[in-house]
Design a binder for this molecule. Structure first.
Ligand code: 3PG
Length: 392
């Protein structure tokens, strides 16, 4: 398979899709992880003498120009990180863009405006994809975070240009792909988060792959109900209790050690100042809700993580944004930092958790994809990756 490195890029116009969909606070980039993750590809292209045209979305402006969704600040941050100028344009198509692209010198970098200002982007409109393609000679997709979207700049454009993956996309697919296809064992997955609904596909798929599956977070109370426990006022998805039962059955059939919380920290309201106590999962009374795994569960999960060779983590163990309910997630994060296992963080909230508990640099891989890494772990083919097939 051809990669970026097989192409002679000198003097070529390269349309490079990145995922600069970064968190913003007070009009500034508040977390530049995704921008930093795109640097190797951008620097490589520039050093090869390519004329680099960067494209990204930011937020969900739904086909309208929204001032607070401009990529101006992301462009500034990129220029700082690269230590060289980045020409940020206020549009992503049209005569002005064409003019700037035609004036671009070898190795120079230009950043288009948020591509989601066009309605056709999310619709994967072929006319828009053609307009983007007409700007360039080559398409490089480095937007792993957006690879689960079949949009004009993530998929459609590949119809009209030689298309290859960038270094970030390649690394994400390598690490996640190897974990799922040829894992070191014991292989442990930790799945948390609020809802079973969001994790059905990933739990189902991982039960075919892992040795141990650790469950925590809001979704664990639906599993508690499946085990026949009363859960007081804890979060529950009544319509997913049977599904949780079927996962418990599937784990047995597949010989997977499915670990469910044995104790939980409950609170008398969803608040940082609530009264709290630790109870066994079988003992949650009315008027109390579980908001974190308990210390016995944390200890059990720590020991499983310690004895693993590979651990993938997606979803927090409790409401870790609130100090009284952060302990479970913190202990899992620290166990991930201390284990000798290869550790993968599947993006989103778990990535935020390892940042918060200051163990991010101890992880072997933190995915830049939230939805994308989840869909990958569900075993789905990502449209942004599929589009590159046979296009180089
Ligand atoms: C993400 O943040 O997960 C990606 O950038 C995709 O964004 P989207 O969910 O708005 O498509």
């Amino acid at each position: 398979k051809m990669t970026m490195k097989d192409l002679d890029l000198k003097g070529k116009r390269v349309f490079c899709r990145v995922d600069f969909n970064v968190p913003m606070e007070d009009g500034k980039v508040s977390d530049d992880t995704r921008i930093r993750a795109a640097i190797p590809t951008i620097e490589y292209l520039s050093k090869q003498g390519a004329r680099v045209i960067l494209a990204s979305h930011l937020g969900r402006p739904k086909g309208e120009v929204k001032e607070d969704s401009r990529l101006t600040e992301a462009g500034k941050r990129l220029a700082e990180l690269l230590g060289k100028p980045v020409l940020k344009l206020d549009e992503s198509t049209g005569p002005d863009v064409e003019k700037h692209v035609s004036e671009l010198g070898d190795g120079e970098i230009l950043l288009l405006e948020n591509v989601r200002f066009h309605e056709g982007e999310e619709k994967n409109d072929p006319e828009l994809a053609k307009q983007f393609a007409a700007l360039a000679d080559v398409f490089v997709n480095d937007a792993f975070g957006a690879a689960h979207r079949a949009h004009a700049t993530t998929a459609g454009i590949a119809e009209y240009l030689p298309s290859v993956q960038g270094l970030l996309l390649e690394k994400e697919l390598d690490v996640l792909g190897k974990a799922l296809s040829d894992p070191e064992r014991p292989f442990t997955a930790i799945i948390g988060g609020a809802k079973v609904k969001d994790k059905i596909g990933v739990i189902d798929h991982l039960l075919d792959k892992v040795d141990n599956l650790l469950i925590g977070g809001g979704l664990s109370y639906t599993f508690s109900r499946a085990q026949g426990h009363e859960i007081g006022d804890s979060l529950v998805e009544e319509d997913k209790i049977d599904l949780a039962k079927s996962f418990i059955e599937k784990a047995k059939e597949k010989g997977v050690n499915l670990y469910l919380p044995i104790d939980t920290r409950v609170a008398d309201s969803f608040s940082e100042t609530a009264a709290t106590k630790v109870v066994p999962v079988s003992g949650i009374e009315k008027g109390w809700m579980g908001l974190d795994i308990g210390p016995k569960t944390a200890e059990l999960y720590e020991s499983v993580i310690k004895d693993s060779k590979l651990v993938i983590w997606n979803g927090p163990m409790g409401v870790f944004e609130m100090a009284p309910f952060a302990e479970g997630t913190k202990r899992v994060a620290q166990a991930m930092a201390e284990t000798e296992a290869f550790t993968i963080i599947g993006g989103g909230d778990s990535a935020a958790a390892v940042e918060k508990f200051e163990v991010a640099e101890k992880m072997d891989h933190i995915s830049t994809g939230g939805g994308a890494s989840l869909e990958f772990m569900e075993g789905k083919e990502l449209p942004g990756v599929a589009a590159l097939k046979d296009r180089s």
